[in-house]
Design a protein around this ligand. Sequence first.
Ligand code: NOJ
Ligand code: CA
Length: 537
Amino acid sequence: MQTKIPDWLKNAVFYEIYPQSYYDSNRDGIGDIPGIIQKLGYIESLGVNAIWLNPCFESPFQDAGYDVSDYTKVAPRYGTNEDLIQLFLEAKQRGIRILLDLVPGHTSIDHPWFKQSQKAHPNPYSDWYVWNDSVWNATDADLPSVRGFAERNASYITNFFYIQPALNYGFAHPDPYQPWQQSVDAPGPKAVRQEIKNVMRFWLDKGASGFRVDMAASLVKRDPGHQETARFWTEIRAWLDESYPEAVLISEWGTPTEAIPAGFHIDMLLNYSNPGVISLFRKRGYGNHRDHYSWSFFDESGHGNIKQFVDEYQHYYNATKDLGYMAFITGNHDDHPRIADGRSENLMKLVYLFILSMPGTPIIYYGDEIGMHYTEGLPSKEGGYARTGVRTPMQWSTSENAGFSTADPSKLYLPVPNEIEGITVEQQETKQDSLFNTVRELIKLKQAYPALEADADFQIVYAEEGKLPFIFSRSKQNQSLLIAINPSNQEANCNIPKQSNWLNRKFIYGQDNAINEDGEKWLIKLKPVSGTVYQVV
Ligand code: NOJ
Ligand code: CA
């Protein structure tokens, strides 16, 4: 299949905004779309050029909006469709694109389609969800279902929480003894596919630049290797290439070798499910990760092992580099704690050096640019559970409610953490070497050098089992950059066979004098917790 990759992705740096926590413009305690519009100047100053907005559609919010009850209507608490269109326009004037969050796998139980579908009397929506043939029959464990909720005598398959019934995309291998398992081209699945395409068209026509696709691999049931699910996305991609060639699809899939050939422009590497990236960022002793006893690479102990990452990454990279991109994420609304937890500011600067100089299209989660922390122990909000603590209000300043809202603190979507001193935009904007200003500088660097573009070539220079530093190169159009990273609190040295082209090297960022001659070899010497970028060609 010949697909096109929009050019703008080469320089794309994404910013994920959880709308309810970004900026509250009307004092109801909940962030909203006019609030995001007011902060576009800030977003532009950060240097990102695309936003992924978490779901902002009508919803009973039992899973923070991932339980949609109307795909084509903005939730009133965030504003109106006109506000969202205004956001598209004003962002575009600043060179920023907006991607919406598409949740194709399930709806809320409040969605009118589901309300029809659950009725006893057959109707056009009866087959839009996955129902078995009797409420007395449990489904198999891999198809969790809810029994006793509907008027019809059947149980429905869920995709996530019980309030998220799975839309019916059919079964790749329907069980002949379970006739309720429909084939992928049965009328119900066909109608659902058409409708999701209509939803995409609706927002693309209004100015959206694409979608982050929720649980993109989950659509077709009993689909080993996700081949039938992939077929659906390949059709969607062909349609986009034809009708909306600038539009972009980002998958929450986590297997680039499946997602990218299927048609996604970008697949996110998930810091909590891809073992290789877990080995980079895993935090010992926090939440879910309490039980992991190996060290992350980005740890000042220096006990991490870069090979765990490199082996997985190279496999994905080689298989997908001509088709699309992978996205490193700093975190997201599910990933907890936050990436800055348990890390010093200097170490965080190295994390950003890495994320912003590797191939692909990085995604920064709101607040991670200033090193916001996870709040432990918050009661679950809107189905967040342990995730709730990474969804707290953006910390704009040290004034009332961290500058997020002027509502009474009791009305805030989530409380502002107690300790925000030094972790606000206001304080970091004026501090020259703050994390925020470093992130800005690194984004500028990424956008200034062709060798740092998403599709520039990537080569490992030094990545040895349990050793430091980690060194790689990026190259494009006769330009080649060398990037070396030492997360440990000890100096790290290594020898590299001599390459003549490093003689005319130019220091670009981080630690100077890191490359030295050592007889027949180069000696790379990095101070504790430091990194460097050199132009070598
Ligand atoms: C993944 C989303 O990121 C998460 O927040 C949500 O709860 C599930 N998908 C279900 O839609
Ligand atoms: Ca509001």
